[in-house]
Design a protein around this ligand. Structure first.
Ligand SMILES: NC(=O)c1ccc[n+]([C@@H]2O[C@H](COP(=O)([O-])OP(=O)(O)OC[C@H]3O[C@@H](n4cnc5c(N)ncnc54)[C@H](O)[C@@H]3O)[C@@H](O)[C@H]2O)c1
Length: 394
């Protein structure tokens, strides 16, 4: 079973760590720590082996994965120069497969990232969709892949007011036919292209992607699975694991303040108010407790690179109105936390696709900050949904 993963944002930090990690595993240079799908319970699913994964994708910046990996190592002081040298030739080869992406209503921050000519920007929407679909199909054919899953790892788009096309697949199709670009953004066009051509789609980011009514409807019509949005890998993961504890002891939450600082490209994009808005909304949904005063801040601190620091202050009340607090500091290498989850999500959606499942893959809720059409935010309940799914497979 050969699995292709098509990454949108293929030279970004998460994509780079995902590709490098899988290629390192193929060469026996890294263990499989961090993959949820490598837990014993998942063995029975016989998922596509990590060793059988091939990559390609779209990008809007001119660089390559080998350079990106080397920059990441130098900036963040993780993994060795020898590992980068060992992977260099293979990463250069994968980079030659990457296709030029496009920008549509992504916001100023994302536009500033790209200095290259993006011919797809000028295409009519119908031709753009055909073009993207053909590129993914060519990848599937050329590398003799059994399945290809598209994963959105592109920068966070600016928040826009949702146009009527987002809630109606008829209107959405019409906009594509009539080249009506107003209100539509890159992430939804990539999602439409993937699902319309039969490729499962995962939205790792807080951009809309497939998490809108129109694309969800398309996924049902086309019998293709999809899910998102915004992977939870750090502060929000801890939040959704801690909340059940307060509930279990009947302690009353008074306020939850979270302050995140990070210095990578993602942090740079999030330093623009219009992009930050989307991310903060997703992060806030995790602590949706009535009467709790809750705030989330994200600040760009370039010297930190990928080492994101989150400081959370939780004020709560116990017996006899006694006020107490819990504080935690999380320091995680953001892209290293994210990379194995990209592989997990691709393997699980390929599996679901093969089994004939389609629409939103709700059992993947534990991977996301805003799981599409899932209200449950308790991490353990979400993880149980995944484990129940795994044990119920025949
Ligand atoms: N732990 C995590 O790192 C984590 C967790 C949750 C969500 N995310 C999200 O995942 C995404 C990737 O994070 P990252 O740290 O790799 O960011 P990054 O900035 O390093 O990578 C994003 C890449 O996307 C490219 N890009 C932007 N718009 C594009 C488009 N329209 N088409 C093709 N390529 C495009 C950029 O050039 C860049 O290389 C971000 O949206 C981030 O918010 C990351």
């Amino acid at each position: 079973m050969k699995l292709g993963i098509w990454l949108i944002g293929a030279y970004g930090n998460v994509a780079t760590c995902t590709i490098a990690g899988v290629e390192a595993i193929k060469k026996g240079l890294a263990p499989k720590i961090g993959f949820v799908t490598e837990l014993e319970e998942f063995k029975r699913l016989k998922l596509a082996p990590v060793e059988n994964i091939e990559f390609s994708g779209h990008e809007i910046r001119r660089t390559d994965i080998a350079k990106s990996l080397d920059n990441f190592r130098r900036q963040n002081g993780v993994f060795s120069e020898t590992l980068c040298a060992n992977l260099k030739a293979k990463l250069k080869e994968i980079s030659r497969r990457i296709k030029t992406g496009f920008l549509l209503n992504c916001g100023k921050a994302v536009e500033k990232l790209s200095s290259m000519n993006l011919p797809k920007n000028k295409l009519k929407l119908y031709d753009l969709v055909q073009n993207i679909q053909q590129e993914i199909l060519d990848f599937k054919k050329r590398y003799k892949l059994d399945q290809v899953v598209v994963v959105n790892l592109a920068s966070t788009e600016a928040k826009v007011t949702q146009p009527p096309e987002y809630s109606d697949i008829g209107l959405f199709r019409n906009a594509i036919k009539k080249n009506k670009k107003t209100g539509l953004s890159s992430s939804v066009i990539y999602a439409f292209s993937a699902i319309d051509a039969g490729f499962p789609y995962i939205n790792f980011t807080s951009s809309p992607g497939s998490s809108i009514e129109a694309i969800d409807r398309l996924s049902i019509e086309k019998k293709v699975p999809h899910f998102g949005k915004d992977a939870k890998t750090g502060e929000t993961l801890i939040k959704t694991a801690l909340l059940p504890l307060f509930h279990a002891r009947n302690l009353k939450l008074l306020s939850w303040e979270g302050h995140n600082i990070l210095g990578n490209r993602d942090g740079y994009v999030l330093s623009f108010a219009e992009s930050k808005k989307t991310k903060i909304e997703d992060k806030k949904k995790a602590v949706d407790v009535q009467e709790t005063f809750s705030n989330v801040r994200i600040d760009y601190v370039p010297s930190l690179g990928d080492w994101k620091v989150a400081w959370d202050f939780i004020h709560f009340e116990g017996f006899l109105n006694t006020k107490m607090s819990l504080q935690f500091i999380w320091q995680g290498c953001d892209s290293i936390l994210a990379a194995p989850l990209v592989v997990d999500l691709a393997r699980l959606s390929a599996y679901a696709n093969k089994k004939g499942e389609y629409g939103p893959l709700k059992h993947l809720a534990c991977f996301f900050k805003t799981p599409y059409k899932v209200k449950q935010q308790n991490f353990f309940e979400q993880f149980k949904m995944l484990m129940d799914y795994v044990t119920n497979q025949r």
